[in-house]
Design a binder for this molecule. Structure first.
Ligand code: KG4
Ligand code: ZN
Length: 347
């Protein structure tokens, strides 16, 4: 029954979505291109772009859903984690609408919303399920017992999987965000041509910083070895031509290792908890190598694997709207004094 207008502005996508009774009616996202030239998201530029985009994006979401502001029962926004200036734009906008129209306000945790994106389309995972949440800032295995009850059972101790993709791409001279580009080049490459080490981390936690370093040494050695010898064993020109001549195989091999690190831990978690309902979420879940590998593994291990559609993998407001839907049903509202939080870790 409730109709909710949700806003997402935690990083570099300004997004608005309308959902009625858990069905997404519109989901409009403006991606900020301004960061490409800087090799990463520049927080101040992100806040400014959100301020430019927020009115047209919300307007388009209302129009796409064929809806009016009078129909909205509650306003929702991403509270945390994210860039503080970016979060403030979406948060203040949602608060202003809630105040002006005298409607309740719902705050949503961005990482919880990535997981709940799996409940937008059919078929939906049955509870309890395990979700591998892989984004630019997080890498987690989440045990979900209900839409609002979930716990992180494994996570990265350093870089996130998305960072591993983006930083590797940067080392190779590719623009930000590098993840989709590595995915594209990997499709025509040999994943077994080069071998990068798999970190030995206890339990269900992940580590990606060593992989990034070994790739850097590998490229600096002109592809001869990924062991540390001395930086720049080859000239800058030789390094560049090695990357250019072998780009597809390097990307395929890097992607292969990132995917195997993720899936080995997921396999372990499935065994440990005895759960075969397996979902993925977050920007990196758009990766074609990961999507194929998890389906193959699922076939081998009799898992039911759930892959959100591409629009719901990277940051979007539909995932905020669907999470807010469940919060609305349980009466979980916040008042206007609630603050946004930039904390990367938020329980
Ligand atoms: O979830 P998301 O949109 O934003 C965060 O909450 O961080 O994830 C962004 C991350 C970036 O690191 C981006 O490179 C990565 O997701 N990404 C991909 C692909 N599409 C997005 N990584 C690998 N392959 C892709 N196809
Ligand atoms: Zn995200």
């Amino acid at each position: 029954m409730p109709t909710i207008l949700a806003i997402e502005s935690s990083c570099d996508e300004t997004s608005a979505s309308i959902c009625t009774d858990g069905i997404i009616r519109s989901n409009v996202t403006a991606t900020q291109k301004v960061h490409e030239q800087y090799g990463g998201v520049v927080p101040e530029l992100a806040s400014r772009a959100h301020m430019q985009n927020i009115v047209p994006v919300v307007d388009a979401a209302i129009k796409d859903a064929n809806c009016t502001f009078d129909e909205i029962d509650a306003f929702a926004f991403t509270q945390s984690p994210g860039l503080i200036g970016a979060l403030l734009v979406g948060g203040q906008f949602a608060k202003s609408l809630a105040l002006a129209l005298n409607k309740p306000l719902i705050s949503v945790h961005h990482m919880q919303a990535h997981v709940i994106a799996n409940l937008i389309d059919n078929p939906k995972p049955a509870f309890p399920f395990l979700c591998l949440t892989v984004s630019g800032g997080h890498t987690q295995i989440v045990l979900c017992e209900s839409p609002l009850k979930m716990q992180v059972v494994g996570q990265t101790i350093d870089d996130a999987a998305g960072e591993a993709f983006d930083k590797t791409a940067k080392i190779m001279g590719l623009p930000y965000p590098g993840g989709p580009l590595i995915d594209k080049y990997a499709q025509e490459g040999n994943p077994n041509r080069y071998s990068f080490p798999e970190p030995q981390i206890a339990g269900l936690d992940f580590s990606f910083s060593g992989l990034k370093t070994s790739i850097m040494y590998f490229l600096n050695n002109g592809g001869q070895s990924n062991a540390f010898k001395e930086e720049y064993q080859v000239s800058v020109e030789e390094r560049e031509s090695f990357i250019k001549d072998n780009l597809h195989d390097i990307c395929a091999s890097v992607q292969h290792r990132i995917v195997s690190i993720l899936l080995n831990k997921l396999k372990k978690a499935s065994k440990q908890y005895g759960i075969k309902e397996i979902a993925i979420a977050g920007g990196v879940s758009a990766n074609s190598g990961l999507r194929k590998a998890i389906q193959d593994l699922g076939n081998d291990l009799n898992w039911n694997v759930y892959l959100p559609s591409f629009t719901y993998c990277t940051d979007n407001a539909a995932m905020i709207a669907i999470t807010a839907h469940y919060k609305y049903l349980s009466g979980d509202f916040v008042d206007l004094s609630v603050s946004s939080s930039a904390r990367a870790q938020w329980s």
